[in-house]
Design a protein around this ligand. Structure first.
Ligand SMILES: Nc1nc2c(c(=O)[nH]1)N(C=O)[C@@H](CNc1ccc(C(=O)N[C@@H](CCC(=O)O)C(=O)O)cc1)CN2
Ligand SMILES: Nc1ncnc2c1ncn2[C@@H]1O[C@H](COP(=O)(O)OP(=O)(O)OP(=O)(O)O)[C@@H](O)[C@H]1O
Length: 181
């Protein structure tokens, strides 16, 4: 299957769910249960689109500092910026800080990564902009994929620029891949 065929297949699977609320809560619980999550302090996360695992309850957690993607117009690339409660609509309508405070390359311990589909080797397929493939290599962080169990496929065609994941967490499972590089 091509990347576009996979995106269409996952979109069709999503249609059979009335609401993703329950599995979303279960997936988030599984993220919070990870030792690696509990032991790290600075977390890169995301402002969820309607079809993604809702990670926003995490922002109440006083034991971590959170970062979210914001588009840096000067380099036309997403970077991680400190989360703050007041956000404005950014690129693609996704909330971002109006005045981003950027994370340094060593400042983030772990990044929660959304995606359209993942496979059992840690490959990721995104929305097709290549944004996370440019975002992730900027940080020396553990990469934790977060998605619903119906988004896991046997094999995803990986290209050299595609970033591999270290962990995969869904509503029903936690997978750990051999640590990348
Ligand atoms: N929550 C979240 N934040 C994220 C991403 C993501 O996948 N999820 N991204 C991951 O890369 C980046 C944003 N990339 C995005 C790429 C496409 C679309 C999107 O809605 N595409 C529409 C077409 C919109 C258009 O062409 O104008 C679509 O897929 O139908 C949204 C975000 C950074 N932030
Ligand atoms: N690191 C990179 N440098 C330059 N171009 C890249 C890089 N990563 C991806 N691209 C380009 O971006 C486009 C989309 O890539 P791809 O389909 O792998 O995106 P994706 O991983 O699904 O999307 P996203 O990461 O935004 O969720 C491709 O044309 C690819 O060549």
């Amino acid at each position: 299957m091509t990347k576009d065929q996979i995106r269409a297949q996952i979109a069709a699977r999503k249609k059979s769910f009335q609401t993703l609320e329950k599995p979303s809560g279960a997936a988030l619980k599984n993220v919070q249960s990870l030792e690696i999550f509990q032991q790290t302090k600075t977390i890169g996360t995301y402002m969820p689109l309607p079809d993604e695992v809702d990670v926003t309850p995490l922002f109440q957690d006083p034991d971590h500092q959170f970062f979210i993607p914001a588009f840096d117009e000067t380099i036309a690339t997403y970077r991680m910026a400190q989360y703050m409660p007041e956000l404005k609509k950014g690129k693609f309508g996704i909330p971002e800080p109006e005045h981003p405070v950027w994370a340094g390359p060593d400042e983030i311990d772990l990044i929660l990564v959304p995606g359209i589909a993942f496979d059992c080797s840690g490959n990721r397929l995104g929305r097709g902009g290549g944004f996370y493939d440019r975002l992730l290599p900027q940080y020396r962080a553990i990469r934790v994929a977060v998605c619903f169990s119906f988004q896991i496929l046997k094999k995803i065609p990986a290209e050299p620029h595609d970033c591999r994941m270290d962990f995969l967490v869904t509503d029903s499972e936690i997978l750990k891949f051999a640590m990348n590089g």
